[in-house]
Design a protein around this ligand. Structure first.
Ligand SMILES: [Zn+2]
Ligand SMILES: [Zn+2]
Ligand SMILES: [Zn+2]
Length: 251
């Protein structure tokens, strides 16, 4: 099975406007260091994870049909590209009902009536949709706001996506047990150092990868203020793959 990472970056992307840090300077010069906002695509079930603000650019390159969309949480870097899905007549959205209410609002505000469907998922519950199973698990990311990750079971393969999460995920035994030994772990690695209740730093993202012990781990949602791509590759070592935009991964 194939998975395509469309965007490997965090909220401001790399380069960030007006920033002259090493990563932003390099990204302006060399396109391979650019990071658009996080999103990924699973061809087998024509599923998009998170309609990022860069969705127009992602769709233009991908040129594939999207039938279903999973939304981890309603921060703008994970949902603001939703109106770009207007090119598709039928789309089914899956997320927590609070996230879906924001998705619906974006649809109604920018596109009006559509034949789109919204399927609310309760946290920590398995749903069987025939060609795939899904579990939306809660994470600690922004106090008072709803945020979660997904476990997708497609055929024989299990893909776990953390979404944006604080380091508290390392102590979440229930979730760790569910995602243990997944075929693919997509873990956020936003900053150099973790920010409690917000984002994972490099060390904690690696710790998570080691705890989960997935067949493959992909690190994503990388901020411009993080280490350079090469430094990150050195730091994560055997623990996983440092994401790049439009990376194709076999699992
Ligand atoms: Zn984010
Ligand atoms: Zn920068
Ligand atoms: Zn977020």
């Amino acid at each position: 099975m194939k998975v395509i990472l469309l965007g490997s970056g965090s909220y401001s992307g790399t380069p960030k406007a007006l920033c002259n840090c090493e990563n932003c300077t390099r990204a302006r010069k060399f396109p391979q260091y650019r990071r658009t906002r996080f999103s990924m695509y699973i061809p087998k079930i024509r599923a998009l994870i998170d309609p990022s603000p860069d969705l127009y650019y992602h769709l233009k390159h991908l040129n594939e049909k999207i039938e279903r969309v999973f939304i981890t949480h309603p921060h703008f870097d994970h949902i603001a590209g939703l109106p770009e899905l207007q090119v598709f007549k039928e789309v089914i959205f899956y997320s927590h009902e609070k996230t879906l209410s924001i998705a619906k609002l974006l649809q109604e505000t920018f596109l009006g009536q559509r034949e789109w469907r919204y399927i609310p998922l309760e946290f920590n519950k398995w749903y069987d949709f025939g060609n795939f199973k899904v579990n939306h698990f809660p994470v600690v990311h922004q106090p008072g706001e709803v945020a979660g990750g997904f476990i997708l079971e497609i055929g024989e393969k299990r893909i776990a996506i953390t979404g944006d999460t604080g380091p508290e995920i390392l102590g979440d035994e229930k979730t760790l047990e569910e995602i243990q030994g997944a075929d693919l772990l997509v873990a956020e690695m936003t900053h150099k150092h973790s920010i409690p209740r917000t984002h994972l730093g490099v060390d904690d993202a690696v710790k998570l990868a080691q705890k989960v012990n997935a067949v493959k781990t992909l690190f994503v949602h990388i901020s411009h203020s993080n280490y350079t791509h090469e430094e990150l590759e050195e730091k994560v070592g055997e623990a996983g793959i440092v994401g790049r935009d439009f990376m194709h991964l076999g699992i």
